[in-house]
Design a protein around this ligand. Structure first.
Ligand code: AMP
Ligand code: ZN
Ligand code: FE
Ligand code: FE
Length: 293
């Protein structure tokens, strides 16, 4: 185990040395469920010697307001991004949208719809928690600074942790909030095709996020028959042989390749920014029109 970790670490370092341009295309800020704001994230990216970034908050593009001028100032290449939640055959599916127009009305209204969807869904989760004697007032979930960021299950998990009901965020998902657990509620949903249509209308490209998380390989193959532009082949928790499998599939289907860490800061401390990335060739193929800087 330690030996294989050492080999992987060595390969990673050699790969970094032979790739001067590295872009992490999957990370979250305080505009969704990450712990760093966009400026701190960009500072960290510079510290890690990343040259490119795409911020992919859940159903929200607000981080770009501060990120664009700051990335420009710091000399970091920033491509537009978002991670949309959808539901396909009852399976939660995430789509990474890249290279779309940040101000496109369809993107902004889909983000607004998701925020409202989560609000209603969260109330149902709080009701279910109260049937277990766990009381969280809806106001406790609201943000003090008037921000419009989407409030998701991780925020409920943090409150459960602060109240001492669980000992870790993982436990909150395992006992109450994870799919199919006692207080889970799916809420309203939107399909993969509807989401891809919005991304395409806004001039962007849709990528299937973290395909290795699906339990059934055939489901992934079926999903990729939809009008996806690419697939996330490099991902923090993906082993090299899994990555190879996705790269091969992308090539076979003529799909673009993306990659990123899925960094959430202290909320997922085992995932460092920049641990997965793409090189200049992939970055330029994805961001043809809407590279902010
Ligand atoms: P929501 O979109 O509000 O349903 O929340 C989903 C988010 O919760 C995901 O994108 C993850 O960031 C996080 N999440 C889901 N399952 C887990 C888990 N088992 N442990 C920690 N975080 C999780
Ligand atoms: Zn997240
Ligand atoms: Fe995701
Ligand atoms: Fe993510």
């Amino acid at each position: 185990m330690i030996f294989s970790f050492f080999i992987m670490e060595q390969l990673r370092k050699e790969n970094i040395l032979s790739n001067p341009f590295r872009a992490d295309l999957h990370c979250h800020t305080t505009c969704s469920d990450g712990s760093l704001d966009s400026e701190d994230l960009i500072r960290l990216a510079k510290e890690k010697n990343l040259q490119g970034l795409s911020i992919t908050d859940h159903d929200c593009v607000d981080a770009y307001e501060k990120a664009v001028p700051y990335a420009r100032q710091q000399g970091l290449s920033l491509g537009t991004g978002v991670e949309f939640s959808c539901m396909e055959e009852g399976v939660s599916t995430h789509i990474l949208g890249y290279d779309f127009d940040l101000k496109h009305e369809k993107i902004l209204s889909l983000c607004f719809w998701h925020r409202e969807r989560r609000k209603k869904r969260n109330l149902k989760i709080l009701e279910k928690l109260s049937s277990f004697g766990i009381r969280i007032e809806p106001q406790e979930l609201e943000l003090k600074n008037g921000s419009h960021r989407p409030i998701g299950r991780p925020h409920i998990a943090i409150i459960l942790l602060k109240k001492g009901i669980v000992r870790s965020l993982q436990e909150a998902f395992q006992r109450f909030l994870g799919e199919g657990k006692s207080c889970f509620d799916p809420g309203e949903s939107i399909t993969v095709e509807e989401t891809l249509a919005v991304i395409h209308e806004a001039g962007g490209k849709g990528f299937l996020a973290h395909p290795h998380l699906f339990q059934k390989p055939r489901f992934v193959l079926k999903l990729l028959e939809k009008p996806f532009d690419g697939v996330e082949c490099y991902y923090s928790k993906c082993l090299p042989n899994q990555e190879k499998k996705w790269l091969k599939l992308a090539e076979k289907r003529g799909l673009l390749i993306s990659g990123g860490s899925d960094f959430h800061g202290e909320f997922k401390p085992d995932i460092p920014l920049g641990c997965s990335w793409v090189g200049k060739k992939e970055f330029d193929r994805i961001f043809e029109k809407n590279k902010c800087c």
